[in-house]
Ligand binder design. Structure first.
Ligand code: CP
Ligand code: NVA
Length: 338
């Protein structure tokens, strides 16, 4: 029996900790199949809608390539090309898409939108990022950690930056579900909501993992096997850049912060990143505030322990595993879930 069949993946806690681990292992397996040129057409004849209200490089590419490798047809539906939002409600759009497509990926703003797509379409829906969660990124990131450390249980991950963003929420909850200790280094104003913290604490208790939330960046760094950061202003956030930069500069991932781990940690970032002036925004904010980089220095970003592009590459097998498990019939024996 396929435990995942016809289920949506809207946030990490839709699945059990064991199911998340199975998805990570399945992603690793699918990655090996592709590397060995072994075909894996689990979704032959399926049609998949890729609905994007926000921009994307990795998520869109990963869904497109993964769907194609699985024998499915992906169709990109950008927010400016369809009636969604402007002339047609989420519920009506969901009914139409669900009548033609076998599954829907959605990237956008409100979590309630992706929930409404799932409730009204009658087909599996996958969250390609909302303001609250980024679950497909989690499968790729914890796969990357597993590849480097052999296993996840007992590792310590330290995240710095906006703790109540999609990445802050997702890393906090996913880490503890998988038995990884999580440290969040962020100003108290940017900590995750009480509801998210409580959710994480519940899983931490089950898994025996630790949660540390602190405004002291050095304390958060201590003992980290991996250091993670993300942009300081997320897509669609209307905040004063000067205020946010001032709030988060003490949490910049730089050589000093890495030294405070007392280890030689992996360096992680979901990307895109402002590590130099080679982007329009990086240059503009960098020059305005006299900074060579924002959330991560170029030195750390390009250091030998940086796995940021491995994470990006792992988005593809991770998304492939999610799609194949929920829409196809891969052989995932019961004992995997014990
Ligand atoms: N990490 C990530 O989701 O990248 P994109 O915004 O390019 O999809
Ligand atoms: N927090 C970032 C993640 C991008 C992948 C954003 O939402 O813009």
């Amino acid at each position: 029996m396929n435990h995942f069949k016809n289920r949506s993946f809207l946030k990490e806690c839709d699945f059990t900790p064991r199911e998340l681990q199975v998805l990570i292992d399945f992603a690793q397996h699918l990655k090996a199949l592709k590397q060995a040129h072994v075909p894996h057409p689990y979704l032959q004849g399926k049609n998949i809608a890729l609905l994007f209200e926000k921009t994307s490089t990795r998520t869109r590419s990963a869904f497109t390539v993964a769907a194609t490798d699985l024998g499915a047809h992906p169709e990109f539906l950008g927010k400016n090309d369809i009636q969604f939002g402007q002339k047609e409600s989420t519920a009506d759009t969901a009914k139409v898409l669900g009548s033609m497509f076998d599954a829907i990926e959605y990237r956008g703003f409100a979590q309630t939108t992706v929930e409404a797509l799932a409730a009204n379409s009658g087909v599996p829906v996958w969250n390609g990022l909302t303001d609250e969660w980024h679950p497909t990124q989690m499968i790729a990131d914890f796969l990357t950690l597993q590849e480097h450390f052999g296993q996840l249980k007992g590792l310590t991950l330290a995240y710095f930056g906006d703790g109540r963003s999609n990445m802050g929420n997702s890393l906090l909850v996913t880490a503890v579900m998988l038995g990884v200790n999580i440290h969040i280094g962020a100003p108290e104003a940017l900590w995750p909501s009480q509801a998210v913290i409580q959710l994480a604490q519940g899983y931490a208790k089950q898994a025996g993992s630790q949660v540390l939330l602190t405004a002291d960046a050095k304390q958060a760094a201590q003992g980290a096997d991996a250091v993670y950061t993300d942009v300081w202003i997320s897509m669609g956030e209307a905040v004063d850049p000067a205020e946010r930069i001032q709030q988060l500069l003490p949490y910049q991932v730089n050589a000093e912060l890495i030294a405070a781990t007392g280890k030689d940690p992996l360096i992680m970032h979901c990307l895109p990143a402002y590590h130099d002036h080679d982007t329009v925004v990086g240059q503009q904010l960098g020059e305005q505030f006299g900074l060579a980089a924002l959330e991560i220095t170029d030195e750390v970003f390009t250091s030998p322990r940086s796995v940021v592009f491995e994470e990006a590459a792992n988005r593809m097998p991770a998304i492939k595993a999610i799609m194949a498990a929920t829409l196809g019939d891969p052989f995932l024996p019961d004992y995997l879930f014990d």
